[in-house]
Design a protein around this ligand. Structure first.
Ligand SMILES: N[C@@H](CCC(=O)N[C@@H](CS)C(=O)NCC(=O)O)C(=O)O
Length: 238
């Protein structure tokens, strides 16, 4: 590891892509270690064992600071990176914004992690349960999955996307800033996860959210992050 630079332990097709995006936005020098999900065997789709060498959970992203501290969780990693490296305040909150303040930041970051994410995970587990079932119970699992989706999950996801659509409204980014803040860096993966794993064009119903999504994806730093990473396809099997 080169002196003085943070190191990203990056996994393909994962949430780590948004940390790679942030590193590119910050324009700092960093080391990038690329890991690939297992493609076969009992651990198919999981992170390789090598990620456990830097952190016992073996998940990605992990950020190793120049001092050797290993930070996990995108929320904490993005806070560390912006606090330490965003010296001009480009990705920080606008102090003149009374409503789009630190409480609003916390609210949206918490919403994404504690409200939207669990529902998306439940949806993914039902999908995986169907795919992993022996063929003779697959139709039954498929039926149960469709029922739970229809009765609960899809409705919840639509309520939450509608909330985000209203929250972004005429703003460029969630906290009414010129550039993305932590909320946008963190939220993009959640929105990607809700749309890429779905065969329907979910975002077409949410024009404000769709504009924000396209705006994030049009940024040069996002495009560079895709070139530097090792793939970003979220419809992965667990
Ligand atoms: N809550 C963590 C998520 C970490 C996580 O679950 N990462 C997934 C990739 S999206 C992972 O490493 N999965 C591989 C595995 O669990 O084997 C964060 O926000 O950083």
């Amino acid at each position: 590891m080169a002196e003085g630079k943070p190191t990203l332990q990056h996994l393909n097709n994962s949430q780590s892509q948004t940390i790679l995006w942030l590193l590119e936005e910050l324009g700092i020098e960093y080391n990038l270690n690329l890991f690939e999900r297992e493609t076969s065997g009992a651990n198919k789709g999981r992170a390789p064992e090598g990620l456990k060498e830097s952190h016992s959970l073996g998940k990605s992203p992990q950020l190793i600071t120049p001092e050797g501290r290993v930070i996990i969780e995108r929320s904490a990693i993005s806070k560390y990176l912006i606090d330490k490296y965003d010296t001009t305040g480009k990705f920080k909150l606008n102090p003149d914004e009374s409503e789009n303040d630190i409480i609003r930041e916390e609210e949206l970051i918490s919403f994404r992690a504690n409200s939207l994410y669990p529902i998306l995970m439940i949806q993914m587990v039902f999908k995986a349960a169907r795919e992993l079932s022996p063929f003779f119970v697959r139709p039954l699992m498929g039926g149960i999955s469709a029922m739970v989706n229809k009765a609960f999950l899809t409705k919840e996801i639509h309520i939450m996307l509608a909330y985000l659509d209203e929250a972004i409204q005429s703003k460029n980014y969630f906290l009414n800033t010129e550039n993305p803040t932590r909320v946008d860096f963190l939220m993009l993966w959640n929105v990607d996860f809700s749309t890429m794993a779905d065969s329907n064009d979910l975002l077409s119903t949410y024009p404000n959210l769709k504009s924000w999504y396209d705006r994030c994806k049009a940024r040069d730093a996002w495009k560079r992050s895709l070139e530097k990473g090792n793939g970003y396809q979220l419809d992965v099997k667990i």
